[in-house]
Design a protein around this ligand. Structure first.
Ligand SMILES: [Zn+2]
Length: 42
């Protein structure tokens, strides 16, 4: 039996602080350090 579970709402992890990335204002961002993945200069 596989113990692997895949939720439909898998949370994204911040590569910088290992926090949780949340979708807000049309883009993803870390709720902890405000890190924005895959985004250029703002
Ligand atoms: Zn972070």
């Amino acid at each position: 039996m596989s113990t692997q579970r895949r939720t439909s709402s898998e949370a994204y992890r911040c590569p910088k602080c290992d926090g949780v990335l949340a979708y807000a204002d049309g883009s993803w961002g870390c709720t902890d350090c405000r890190y924005v993945p895959g985004h250029g200069a703002d």
